[in-house]
Design a protein around this ligand. Structure first.
Ligand code: AHR
Length: 328
């Protein structure tokens, strides 16, 4: 075979491989979906978790070639309701929203239903008697997360041979699903175990600044000796509490047991340093699953109603050397 022909064939082969790789990297079967528009009402930007969740939605929409109308409600339910109404007027193909609290959505979701627009609830859930108001839920099993936190505490108390531990809880946003269920799951796990007394629950609204405030209040009320365990509903509040404890000369992770939820990089680093004892994972990486469902709905497929991602927990009892960077 002539040299020039061989070069031409090699170039053709390389081009075919490049095309195949590009096709394989794309999400499955985009058809007319490049025209799809998703209206997404995000509840805020209160945590690294939330910022990671928004980024996951943006990236997935881009990968699928969907238009994304994104509205950040800055922690206000009325702004979320207004955003959903604007998505209805715009006649988006699918509405996705992460409800800040569980109640108060019936009217606006009835409007979406009457307009024939499917609604995917992402991350947090709503409380409603009418399950037809939404098509599907994609988000964590928050009750299971709370149970994992309680199970870690039992394991830790066993390892310490502890007789009695005073627990304080820093909770997330009042009346939100993660707040309610992380609390309930934790209580269920430690229920009936006399070694634990929850002496106070304070609301930190999932914010680092409020985590600091809560910790100051708890230290003033009970003193460092009066608190053995801090169960905090997210990493932002935990990191705020850490700063206050360390400024007061308390060694978190040693003088007091810290249990957190999420798995943000900064918190995982603190776990590795021995300043946090356990982190229950909650993944913000939900965008891919959401867009896959948008695609399925656009093709008239039936989708599962409840969808939980797989999640784990990380603690001082685990080997964390192989843990990949968290990305949020
Ligand atoms: O709803 C999920 C929770 O909201 C995350 O745990 C928290 O970090 C976020 O603000």
């Amino acid at each position: 075979m002539k040299h020039s022909v061989r070069i031409a064939l090699a170039l053709l082969l390389a081009l075919c491989c490049a095309l195949m790789t590009a096709c394989a990297a794309k999400p499955a079967s985009p058809t007319s979906q490049s025209a799809l528009v998703v209206g997404f009402s995000q509840l805020g930007a209160e945590s690294g978790w939330r910022i990671g969740n928004t980024a996951s939605m943006e990236q997935a929409a881009q990968e699928w070639g969907f238009g994304l109308m994104l509205d950040n409600a800055n922690q206000r339910q009325d702004k979320q309701i207004a955003a959903i109404r604007s998505f209805i007027s715009y006649q988006v193909d699918v509405i996705v929203f992460s409800p800040i609290v569980e109640t108060g959505w019936n009217n606006v979701l009835t409007e979406a239903k009457n307009a024939g627009i499917p609604v995917i609830i992402m991350d947090r859930m709503i409380e409603t008697d009418d399950d037809d108001l939404y098509t599907a839920y994609i988000g964590a099993d928050f009750l299971a997360e709370g149970k994992k936190a309680g199970e870690f505490l039992i394991k830790k108390a066993d390892a310490m041979g502890a007789e009695h531990l005073n627990v304080v809880e820093i909770t997330g946003t009042e009346a939100s699903t993660p707040m309610r269920e992380r609390q309930a799951g934790f209580m269920q796990a430690i229920e009936g175990d006399d070694r634990f007394t929850v002496i106070e629950s304070v609301n930190g609204d999932f914010l680092r600044s409020k985590g600091e405030e809560c910790m100051r209040h708890l230290l003033e009320t009970y003193g460092p000796e009066g608190i053995d365990v801090i169960y905090s509903h997210n990493d932002e509040m935990t990191l705020g509490a850490l700063d206050v404890l360390e400024s007061a000369g308390v060694k978190p992770g040693k003088d007091v047991i810290l249990i957190s939820v999420d798995g943000q990089q900064e918190a995982v680093d603190a776990l590795r340093e021995g300043r946090i004892n356990c982190i229950v994972e909650c993944t913000p990486d939900l965008g891919g699953k959401v867009m896959e469902m948008v695609d399925a709905l656009s093709r008239g497929e039936t989708v599962p109603k409840q969808n939980h991602p797989e999640e784990t927990s990380f603690s001082e009892f685990d080997d964390l050397s192989g843990l990949a960077p968290r990305g949020y």
